[in-house]
Design a protein around this ligand. Structure first.
Ligand code: SF4
Ligand code: SF4
Length: 385
């Protein structure tokens, strides 16, 4: 990896961390869709030929359980691309994980839903791009995606799974929030994530084209709250979760509940990360092919990098809120300021907060560039080898 502000910092030796409760297995970066807000690395195409084998994943899951992980998410890319998914689910379930499949629904069919149920899969999350078929398919880059998703969401419910529907919202779909919620009610979703786009990976490239205005965001939140109140009064079981974007906050989130505290993700080629975006940072992260998860979690410089607060600069170092947000998101600090040890610029105390204010102002203007879609061809432009 190239040098940068993150390298060469002292490693915190006293144990300042718990156990990785939540393991995210990014089984592949391959995906039939091309969402312009995808959080996968922009250079994902360079890692597609080096995926972990079935046996390697099973070993990772075993090591994760020994470390105390209880929840295992299968994600990607599109995890359905992996032909061994049912084997991986079965193995993970037998180890005692609560298992969750995070899918676009494209590549799913009735037989697979059934085989996953037989393997013990606990939970499925299906993502949609929009409630409108034309917008959905434009964003997904597939003329068949919307109908396929509808069919599979119905199948998931028919086979008795708890179902999360996920909609990433942005300026192209946020004004249809009422129709999105109606669709989720019709599909009998148990949980609905209305997650306003966060600007990582491909979404950062497309920020100007995706970021909603403050008025759009406030309207969407108001309508969601009205639906919540109405549905609660009817005793409806659906849960609506509205996630506001960092860019309209004045304080950052406590990213991943603290670096290397509860979350561990493994990329398709075996890199272990404290957060699924961290691959972008100029930090040497370990690979599960070279070390056990226990060594990675407890001893690796990558995982110890931002534990504790020795790494902090001002204003975080002397801030009385540092135990709440741990300085925010290091990836966001790195993307926006070039130094991951800076305070997340979302924080109004950051000297770089003006970058966020500029982005808000830019969101009020019409987009000047077309969307850049997440696909192999565009990804190769970012891959440096
Ligand atoms: S966000 Fe879209 S392109 Fe990215 S992995 Fe998910 S479905 Fe595929
Ligand atoms: S200055 Fe740093 S620690 Fe304080 S609120 Fe802002 S990001 Fe959090």
């Amino acid at each position: 990896m190239s040098g940068g502000a993150c390298q060469g910092l002292p490693i915190s030796l006293p144990k300042t961390h718990g156990q990785p409760l939540w393991l995210l297995a990014e089984l592949t970066y391959k995906c039939p869709l091309q969402c312009p807000y995808c959080s996968n690395p922009k250079d994902f195409a360079g890692f597609n030929d080096n995926e972990l084998s079935t046996q390697e994943w099973v070993r990772v899951f075993e090591e994760g359980r020994k470390l105390g992980a209880v929840q295992l998410g299968f994600s990607g890319g599109e995890p359905l691309v992996r032909q061994d998914l049912d084997v991986l689910i079965r193995e993970a379930r037998q180890m005692g994980y609560y298992t969750n499949l995070i899918t676009s629904g494209v590549g799913l069919n009735e037989r697979k839903v059934e085989s996953f149920r037989e393997a013990g899969l606990d939970h499925i999350q299906v993502s949609f791009q929009a409630s409108d078929e034309t917008v959905n398919n434009m964003l997904a880059g597939s003329a068949k995606a919307f109908q396929q998703k509808l069919k599979m969401a119905r199948e998931v419910k028919a086979q008795g799974y708890p179902m999360v529907l996920n909609f990433v919202t942005h300026r192209h779909n946020i004004d249809q929030i009422d129709r999105i919620i109606e669709l989720c009610i019709e599909l009998e979703a148990d949980y609905v994530e209305l997650a306003t786009c966060q600007y990582y990976g491909w979404a950062f490239e497309n920020r100007q084209q995706l970021m909603p205005t403050r008025a759009q965001l406030e309207r969407a939140e108001r309508i969601t709250n009205e639906y919540r109140a109405k549905l609660a009064a009817q005793g409806h079981p659906i849960k609506l979760i509205f996630v506001t974007p960092d860019y309209y906050e004045e304080r950052p989130k406590a990213c991943m509940n603290g670096w290397g505290q509860v979350f561990l993700t493994v990329t398709p080629d075996g890199q272990a990360l404290p957060c699924h975006s961290a691959r972008m940072l100029p930090i040497e992260f370990p690979n599960v092919r070279d070390m056990s998860l226990q060594q990675i979690w407890d001893e690796s410089p990558g995982f110890n990098h931002f534990r504790g607060d020795d790494w902090m600069q001002e204003p975080c170092r002397s801030c009385d809120e540092k135990d709440k947000d741990f300085g925010g998101c290091h990836c966001q600090a790195y993307m926006l300021t070039g130094d991951a040890t800076n305070a997340d610029p979302v924080c109004s105390k950051s000297e770089h907060h003006g970058l966020i204010l500029n982005a808000r102002a830019e969101a009020e203007l019409p987009a000047t560039e077309p969307l850049l879609f997440r696909n192999e061809r565009n990804s190769r432009v970012f891959y440096k080898g």
